[in-house]
Design a protein around this ligand. Structure first.
Ligand SMILES: [Zn+2]
Length: 91
């Protein structure tokens, strides 16, 4: 870490790493809160429709990725769920 700082900043004007870390931590907390409040995101494969339709839209098949719901669990929420499961298993 040290050589990188020395290469990018002079001793008179050190990089504000403390502020950077604080901003990152704030962003992480904000993202975690967002994932707790809004656990789902639109499925990228079917664009939230949950199905694929033919051009004339008479026939369709469900999206296998989201199982036809059109919703996907957000990455942050999936991580949270894994943590929650580990905690339960440990008890
Ligand atoms: Zn889908």
């Amino acid at each position: 870490m040290r050589p990188l700082i020395a290469a990018t900043a002079t001793p008179e004007h050190p990089m504000p790493w403390g502020w950077l870390l604080a901003a990152l931590a704030l962003a992480a907390v904000g993202y975690a809160a967002s994932c707790a409040w809004w656990p789902f995101t639109r499925c990228g494969r079917c664009e939230g429709r949950g199905r694929f339709t033919r051009a004339d839209s008479k026939v369709w098949r469900p999206c296998r990725r989201c199982k036809g719901s059109g919703a996907r669990l957000r990455v942050g929420r999936r991580v949270w769920n894994r943590f929650a499961r580990v905690r339960q298993a440990g008890r």
